[in-house]
Design a binder for this molecule. Sequence first.
Ligand code: ADP
Ligand code: MG
Ligand code: ZN
Length: 473
Amino acid sequence: MSFLEQYDVVIGLEIHAELNTKTKVFCGCKNQFGQTPNTNTCPVCTGMPGALPILNKHAVELAIKSGLSFGCEISPYSVFERKNYFYPDLSKAYQISQLVYPLCVGGHITLDSGKTIRLNRIHLEEDAGKLTHLGKATGSLVDYNRGGTPLIEMVTEPDLSSANEAVEFLKKVREALIFEEIANCKMEEGGMRCDVNLSLMKKGSKEYGTRTEMKNLNSFKSVQRAIEYEAERQAEVLASGGVIVQETRKWDDEKGESFAMRSKEQAQDYRYFPDPDLLPIQISKENIEHIKSEMVMLPSDRRTRYMEEFGLPEYDAQILTSTRYISDYFEKCVQHFNAPKKISNWIMVDLLKLVKDQEEFTFPVSEEHLSTIIKMVEEKTINKTVGLQLLDKVIETGKEPLALAKEMNLLVTITDEQIIELLEKLKSENAKVVDDFKKTPEKVIGFIVGYVMKNTGGKANSNRVRELIAEKF
Ligand code: ADP
Ligand code: MG
Ligand code: ZN
């Protein structure tokens, strides 16, 4: 029996995500991962004396979008503060952040179970540089390129109760941020990372226990394992009569365990105070409305719409909303040709395989051209195999599918108009056939069909020809 059975697990997350801006949050340096170390820097982001920060409007807009995505109140007035501490990756010796007046307040995310996880706040701040530790003898390297990159920090209330809930929550956050193009959330690049606060509470009790904090977890897997490990560890400490000390712990992903870094007594006083170089951010209702108008429907809402309005299976809805690009592409196709399930099949089976293994892609055919091809197949002017050949050719040449199909002589059937034209021609040239058809249709129908076939190179649909003969003769 696990000691954990007597307790409820209580978890609160602090999530950092790097915003999708072209430049840093207080200077004009590029916000770009993977550059030569210390090339994206300037006096402002390295904190040279006398350098002055200038706020990046786009960063504020993206942070507001994140708040709107999760139902936060957007503060009409928020303040940047300096969080003072020394560390080699922070050359200014303070981080510009928000404390008393954050940009976004409250909000929530609903899990699939229906459980609501409350957000406390989302604020805007800057990232620090990056240290690479080479070992005791060689020392460490510092790269300030990341210093001054805009970050949002989302803080939840302690509403999560398991590793699975925490991971589901993080996935939902990540999906929404990517979808709205607020942040890329590339976890392997540190674009999204998370601190886990965890405590145990005796079943039935209403009083929170003492919590520990594990910082900078950067994969779903490590969040999952760190939570499972820490919950067990705390349960064992409590079961053996010990107490939990409030401390920061480091999760070692290789060892699969965490160890204490610093306790509350060693915690620093950051001496927060309003940054005198930056004015408070003031946001009007109009600003917020404008930002809201640029936002798209979130993936979960789109999934519901695809299932309810388009009648798609959940599986399709899931894949089609896996990125904003695929979802927008699908919706544009449906606007061109209203056959959602057919379009879904083509995208899932025939298009996605063309771009598999590519992390970022655009489909090599326009929405309009793909819809035209699907329409031709559905209207049986070509069959599916020919449709796929046509798709290849459209991708290769970029030409309009219908024109290309004519050019390549791919149309297997002839239009009704062309058949009717031939029938009218036959009637005007050959009055006897008209008479014979009236008397003994079964004796001449073969002849008439043959006539149409001969004059269309055998490409007319013979059943359709028979139907049209019945109408026109
Ligand atoms: P700090 O600024 O010291 O990190 P906060 O009060 O801002 O403290 O809380 C940080 C995070 O810790 C929040 O996500 C919150 O939900 C979580 N938290 C607070 N109390 C507990 C607790 N007893 N158990 C688990 N998580 C907690
Ligand atoms: Mg904290
Ligand atoms: Zn700079």
